[in-house]
Design a protein around this ligand. Structure first.
Ligand SMILES: [Cu+2]
Length: 337
């Protein structure tokens, strides 16, 4: 029993501690929006805990007192006790109203803060798909509109306005270190603001059940200093790196004559379909298929051969290729930095 309790308390503390350092935790805010939400949550939990403890303390006190006073009798004593009880209940009621109004006001001010959208924000359009995130940076100049998927960068300290919609069903974006949840709804746009004040890699997740692979619909946001962000932006805007080796050249040929080009884009080749993640700079991303597999050449081969093995229900068909063509294709994709 004692050992069990120690293990439970230890596990609880470990969860709390990881909540304070994790890159996927509302209790480890990396920007003012998430910080306001975390503070509001702590305020609610703190006030509820105090109220609970006070009520339990009164309950214990009342039980103890009743037993101690059981010998007292008489109409006068009863009336005096009732009057006192009425005053105590009245005071408790008033206190309850004050606490409720305080919490409602705190909630109102946090909501008002979250609803304010800055005018100078960078605009990023995010579209939910079963089961990946399409990302496009808005710009009046079409040549500056960069496209990527599942992983995107933002400059530290500059607000980013996300314009959220969906291509199929309702998804929800949740980046707990940066802000609260916001739905992506087909035929409708929602907006949400990201503002990171600490550089870092923040993990996000689809937070609205959207189909079989809902749990494997992860998102990575990298917040970095403005100069580094600009370098990334320029690198992503460039057309795909030309194949250098024979294997890579062969891989590119395989890509453009396979079914891949029905769904994917690689800027600078004939592939320009937009129903699946843009692969122009695939190798610059850490993970494949929305956080499902580490982005390695071996995993690329396995993924092309049998995507449903890693994501049952995935909207990409398996492609059977001879081993040498598959290896060349994977080598080419792995070179697209
Ligand atoms: Cu989803």
């Amino acid at each position: 029993m004692g050992a069990k309790a120690i293990v439970l308390v230890g596990a609880g503390l470990a969860v709390l501690a990881s909540g304070c350092t994790s890159n996927h935790a509302a209790l480890n805010p990396a920007g003012p929006r998430a910080r306001h939400i975390a503070d509001l949550m702590l305020l609610f939990v703190g006030v509820s805990t105090i109220v609970y403890l006070v009520v339990i303390a009164f309950l214990i006190w009342a039980m103890w007192r009743r037993r101690a006073r059981a010998h007292l009798q008489g109409a006068q004593a009863t009336r005096a006790a009732e009057n006192k009880a009425r005053r105590v209940i009245g005071a408790a009621l008033a206190l309850t109203v004050v606490v409720l109004i305080t919490l409602a006001l705190a909630d109102f001010f946090v909501q008002r803060f979250l609803a304010a959208h800055p005018a100078d924000a960078l605009r990023v359009l995010v579209t939910g798909h079963q089961y990946w995130w399409e990302v496009e940076y808005d710009d009046p100049d079409p040549s500056q509109r960069l496209h990527t998927a599942n992983e995107f960068h933002i400059p530290v300290g500059r607000p980013v306005e996300l314009v959220l919609t969906s291509q199929d069903v309702i998804h929800s974006m949740w980046l707990p270190n940066l802000t609260g949840k916001k739905d992506l709804i087909p035929g409708h746009t929602n907006t949400e603001v990201l503002l990171a004040d600490k550089p870092g890699e923040y993990s996000g997740q689809c937070a609205e059940f959207c189909g079989l692979q809902h749990a494997q619909m992860r998102l990575i946001v990298r917040a970095e200093p403005a100069a580094q962000f600009e370098t990334w932006r320029q690198q992503q805007l460039a057309p795909a790196r030309a194949p250098q080796s024979d294997a890579e050249r062969r891989g590119q040929e395989v890509f453009v004559r396979s079914t891949c080009i029905l769904c994917h884009t690689i800027q600078g080749t004939d592939a320009s379909a937009t129903v699946a993640p843009d692969l122009t700079h695939l190798a610059s991303r850490g993970m494949l298929a929305a956080g499902t597999l580490p982005n390695t050449q071996g995993n690329l081969s396995s993924w092309i051969l049998a995507p449903h093995r890693f994501k049952p229900g995935v909207q990409m068909p398996a492609t059977a290729l001879p081993p040498d063509e598959l290896a060349a294709l994977a080598a080419y994709l792995a070179s697209l930095r």
